[in-house]
Design a protein around this ligand. Sequence first.
Ligand code: HSE
Length: 418
Amino acid sequence: MAKVAIMGFGVVGSGVWEVLTKNASSIAKRAGEEISVKYILDIRDFPDHPAKDLMIKDFDIILNDPEISIVVETIGGLEPAYTYTKKLLLNGKHVVTSNKELVAKHGPELLKIAKENNINYFFEASVGGGIPIIRPLQNCLAGNQITEIAGILNGTTNYILTQMKKYSLSFEDALKEAQERGYAERNPSNDIEGHDACRKIAILSSIAYSHYVNYENIYTEGISKITKEDMEYAEELGCTIKLIAMSKKIDDKRVFARVSPLMIPYKSPFANVDDVFNAILVKGDAIGDVMFYGQGAGKLPTASAVVGDIIDIVKHIDKSYVYTWAISGDIEVVDIENTSCRFFVRVKYKDYSKAKDAVSLIFNDCMIVNTHKPIGTNEFAFVTHEMKENEFKEKISQFEKIPVVEKILSIVRYDENI
Ligand code: HSE
């Protein structure tokens, strides 16, 4: 029988216990032996929980128990998760986690320790919740040169944007709803400012391009400035707005990566990925496009991925997987300023025709958005042609200084080809 410890009994940790308990017999058949939870580590008490007898507060009990071969880390955040994980790996215990923050920051070091100790550090649940994506990238698609990954990688922001679009809600009201439903992280800024999606695209890119992609170098912009008026303009353009995390391999030494709200056409495969669902598109030179879709957050979907990792370890208890990005150094993330895209701009004007003339003069062949319904007073919008980010910055600062322009109301990147 394989004995497991769970560290952190929050949403995901309790989900892992639930799945291991509920599906115990089918899991035992698939793993080749029974898997039972021996300890649950948490600083809180759960006196009414059916697993109350497994609760402990002392990490060293897990670390020093030779019966424990696999530990689930669902504490989240960097500390104490980092210290505990490192000690466990150094002590020869396999670790399975859903903690994208830890994997994105310390993945190379922890994977290296795991390799040196002939054990595993698995993190299928760290990206896409229940969607299998880490293993497909690492194994099934390993024969490809992966050139590009794009995805809706954060369930909370996707839920918020869906509510804004479907029910014309403001960002604040939609966020409140997401929090009431328990989707948002402890600190909602991780979700809404794009940091969660940033860590996830960094992990996927590291696997896909076989080099560590440092999330700290990825340009990241969240959805907190998106308004319901932006959504209405998007509709006029036959588009919707999604938080898209993407990366592209430029050459063996450089990648482009960005997390930002993006205005995308209805025909895009991402346009109808709604609510808490995630979708990930991977481009490979042999497979072409392949898309992964499913519930990207939530207790049981995420627990499903954790339990899959546990079973894999039990089946191959003496085998250590090697993740090449842990040992082959970093790959450079190119500066966003030198990359190109189109921009949607909403403007409040003092004089409509003069402001429109200024758009043509400064941005050349722009698409002016004609709205069929009045969205705001004294405002219009336009979409630029493709230009470098630094060129756009220069032009927009020139434009907003013109006296007939009262204010730039919003700027959203626009991509009709995604
Ligand atoms: N807060 C995350 C999300 C949880 O909304 O996607 C899953 O990583």
